[in-house]
Design a protein around this ligand. Structure first.
Ligand SMILES: *Cc1c(COP(=O)(O)O)cnc(C)c1O
Length: 221
């Protein structure tokens, strides 16, 4: 199947999921996840109108960002503090902010480098933290305090990677989003749903689905 055919099939899935849950397709961002796919394929996707791509690994994402400055890359994967500088310099957005020490470091560096980078909080409601990263719900106040409403790191929303098959995972995230929006008095987007579960995520209120395999095909490396 060609990339264009795969992308059209995927957009159809998103449209049907929206119809089924009374949502508007234009309210859902499709973020292609290009990790472990070559830049040639990313450029082909850019030719279809996509400009933002999710990446998991700091080094791979930095290399792609430097080779294709006309595109924007979003960091989805775990970020160590000692990679915070290249991450801020090369990624347009960071979705995996999950610890106060990392938030502190990002704030300090954003000021030093004079950069503005939207951030998302990665949340883990399932006690998976050691494997996938993510801040437990009880840690969110401290994490938010560390971000301190810094205008250099504007908070866009919440990102989650619930373990497959976890009951009500997306609904729980939506509930948390609603509560935090109330507390903070600002809109927050929800990034959840991947190739295998985007329908459930959209039904529960996701605003951004992050799609690797169903967009680019199987990862080869
Ligand atoms: C790989 C990855 C995705 C996309 O996964 P697919 O199942 O290939 O769609 C989305 N989000 C994150 C954080 C990922 O690491």
């Amino acid at each position: 199947m060609s990339l264009a055919d795969r992308v059209h099939a995927l957009q159809d899935r998103i449209r049907r999921a929206c119809e089924a849950s009374g949502r508007r397709p234009e309210d859902i961002e499709l973020l292609p996840v290009s990790k472990r796919h070559p830049l040639t394929l990313v450029r082909e996707a850019a030719g279809l109108g996509f400009q933002r791509f999710g990446e998991n690994y700091v080094q791979e994402g930095c290399e792609k960002a430097q080779a294709a400055p006309e595109l924007a890359f979003v960091l989805l994967g775990p970020l160590q503090r000692n990679k915070a500088k290249p991450a801020l310099q090369n990624f347009a957005e960071i979705q995996s902010v999950d610890r106060p020490e990392l938030a502190d470091r990002l704030r300090r560096l954003a000021e030093e480098l004079d950069l503005v980078r939207p951030v998302w909080l990665q949340v883990d409601l399932w006690d998976e933290a050691t494997k996938l990263g993510g801040c437990p719900e009880a840690g969110l106040p401290e994490l938010l305090a560390a971000l301190g409403g810094d205008p250099r790191l504007p908070l866009r929303g919440l990102m989650a990677l619930p373990p497959p098959g976890e009951p009500y995972a997306f609904e729980r995230m939506a509930g948390l989003r609603d509560r935090l929006q109330q507390d903070l008095g600002q809109p927050l987007r929800l990034s959840m749903g991947m190739s295998d579960d985007l329908e459930e995520a959209i039904a529960a209120g996701s605003d951004q689905v992050r799609i690797g395999t169903a967009f680019f095909g199987p990862r080869t490396r």
